[in-house]
Design a protein around this ligand. Structure first.
Ligand code: NAG
Length: 550
């Protein structure tokens, strides 16, 4: 009692005592009171936490003992109700949420309300409680119940709940809390807004994210650069009519506010512009970047080069690659692949090949994309022998082709009605252990159907269905026609029904086949139904483009 005001002496004494033997709970509570009274809440918390984190605690007994002792020693040793807050926080920190809640209620019956900061600890910890699915629900429950008991939530409390709601993808509810906050006289801050913005951004609801940004700015709050940048990048990636404009508006606002868009933002803008063929504007933006002292990186250049290629300006793209080297930024595999692709598409295979050589000479490793681009080039130009040579070269060098590589070759061979060569390539694919994809099956079934190899087509179809792949409309049409020609009416009919069920575009020729079949069988009703459908569809067909990929 005498040394109670000399707290450092008390702590030394307590440390000394507990090294020798387990101290009594009463002694611990006394020291906790003294720590709080002497403005050492951290020590008080440590001492409380130390007790509660002990494993194998009988929670119920410990809780009533601890509470009893803390109350019993309260008057004589400190009389600061903060000890109960500290007790509450320690319980939360150890994860005893139910006991914390119990303490809250007990204190309330004494007329003491646990502080909002401590309640925030409970909100935050229970909403982040991963081991418990109901964690967030618990937090929401506390959030709605505590105000009735005198807790007055602050901005931090709202932010915890807003964050939790966003994590549950309930961004709209989170947003409505922003309004509710204000009506309670507790103003949303940068964190509140940014959390909602990021929630919308992650949900892909850019329109709404953008609205909240506007609202935030109106309120005189400065969005954080991270949120800003990520929205600009997303807007650009979407790259739709309209969205690029918004990206720019945001970008300009950022600059006005003195926030520096980073290189990623700029690159996204450049990329978005290039994809829409606005290479001029992209170039201007590059000047702006350089003016800001931002170091252009390889990605930025690659976007521009890609843009120039897409706009059909290969010459300028090649010049850009040279500029890149001047800027001591070395073209990478992506740069080369982009240019090789452009040359292939322009039918300039010699130049494409030269670039490949240059790339190899520089020690750059071509990727599977590079090879597929070349393969596609050869195939589109009907240079199938070269394509096959490329395939063999890849295999010799130990570069594994993928399904796309094989598909290019098979597609062209089957277009030329050379099912022997197509099958040979397919066998090679199997030997190499490359898995056939949906495209592979569509190509093969179409080819075999045209060649009336219905046995092969049926076999492959069975295999494809087993793997969960499905036929595209053009493949269906050819497959059905092939079956019909081989008088496999039942199979043909089954596929025809399937096609109609899936709402795929049926060829007029196929309709005619089934109209005739039904008419011959005397199914007048079905015949009429098909007739109507065919007429309806043929009207619709005129307005739909054939988007078939193979
Ligand atoms: C094969 O490579 C192309 C790139 O040319 C890629 O787009 C495709 O996803 C790859 N396919 C598989 C099955 O990995």
């Amino acid at each position: 009692m005498k040394i109670k005001y000399d707290y450092s002496l008390v702590f030394s004494f307590f440390d000394w005592a507990r090294l020798r033997k387990d101290t009594t709970l009463e002694a611990r509570c006394i020291v906790i009171h003294i720590a709080v009274a002497s403005k050492n809440p951290k020590i008080a918390h440590e001492l409380t936490y130390e007790f509660w984190k002990k494993p194998n605690l009988d929670i119920n007994v410990s809780f009533s003992n601890f509470f009893e002792q803390l109350v019993y020693t309260f008057k004589d040793w400190g009389s600061d109700p903060l000890v109960f807050d500290i007790f509450f926080q320690a319980l939360v920190d150890v994860g005893y949420f139910d006991e914390a809640r119990n303490l809250f209620d007990k204190m309330l019956s004494y007329g003491v309300v646990i502080s909002v900061d401590s309640c925030n600890c409970l909100l935050s910890r229970s909403s982040n409680n991963m081991s418990d699915d109901g964690g967030i629900e618990t937090a929401l429950k506390i959030f709605s119940e505590f105000p009735e008991m005198g807790v007055c939530w602050n901005t931090a409390s709202y932010n915890i709940i807003i964050h939790a709601l966003c994590r549950l993808d309930k961004v709209k509810e989170a947003q409505s809390l922003l309004l509710q906050m204000e009506s309670k006289g507790c103003f949303p801050d940068v964190i509140s807004y940014s959390t909602v913005i990021d929630g919308y951004r992650r949900a892909g609801e850019l329109e709404r994210a953008f609205e909240v940004v506007e609202e935030m700015i109106t309120k005189g709050l400065k969005p954080n650069p991270f949120t800003y940048n990520s929205i600009v990048v997303l807007l650009c990636k979407n790259g739709k009519a309209g969205e690029m404009k918004k990206a720019f508006a945001l970008h300009n606002k950022m600059v006005q506010m003195g926030l520096t868009p980073n290189i990623v933002t700029y690159t996204a803008l450049v990329d978005g512009l290039c994809k829409r063929g606005e290479v001029e504007t992209a170039n201007e933006l590059l000047q702006e970047m350089c003016g800001k002292g931002l170091q252009l990186n390889t990605c930025t250049f690659n976007s521009l080069i890609n843009g120039l290629c897409k706009a059909g300006n290969i010459k300028q793209a090649v010049k850009m690659m040279e500029d890149m080297e001047l800027a001591k930024l070395y073209p990478d595999a992506i740069t080369y692949t982009t240019l090789i692709d452009a040359y292939c598409k322009a039918g300039e295979m010699v130049r494409a090949h030269d670039l490949l050589r240059e790339m190899l000479d520089k020690g750059l490793q071509p990727t599977i994309v590079t090879f597929n681009v070349l393969m596609n080039g050869f195939c589109m130009l009907g240079m199938l022998e070269d394509g096959k040579r490329l395939l063999n070269w890849m295999l010799e060098k130990g570069i594994k082709p993928n399904a796309t590589t094989y598909n290019s070759l098979m597609k062209q061979y089957s277009i030329q009605n050379n099912m022997k060569a197509t099958t040979e390539i397919y066998r090679g694919m199997n030997t190499q252990g490359v898995m056939a994809d949906s495209n592979t099956y569509n190509i093969l079934i179409k080819g075999h159907s045209k060649a009336r190899n219905m046995k092969e087509a049926c076999y492959l179809h069975g295999e494809m269905v087993g793997k969960g792949f499905s036929l595209r409309a053009t493949s269906y049409n050819l497959f059905i026609k092939g079956l019909y020609k081989k008088k496999k009416f039942a199979e043909a009919k089954k596929l025809f029904e399937e096609m109609r069920r899936e709402g795929l575009a049926v060829d007029r020729e196929i309709y005619n086949i089934f109209l005739d079949l039904n008419y011959d069988d005397g199914n007048v009703e079905t015949t009429l139904e098909l007739c109507n459908e065919a007429i309806e569809k043929s009207l619709v067909d005129k307005n739909t483009k054939d988007t078939d990929q193979t």
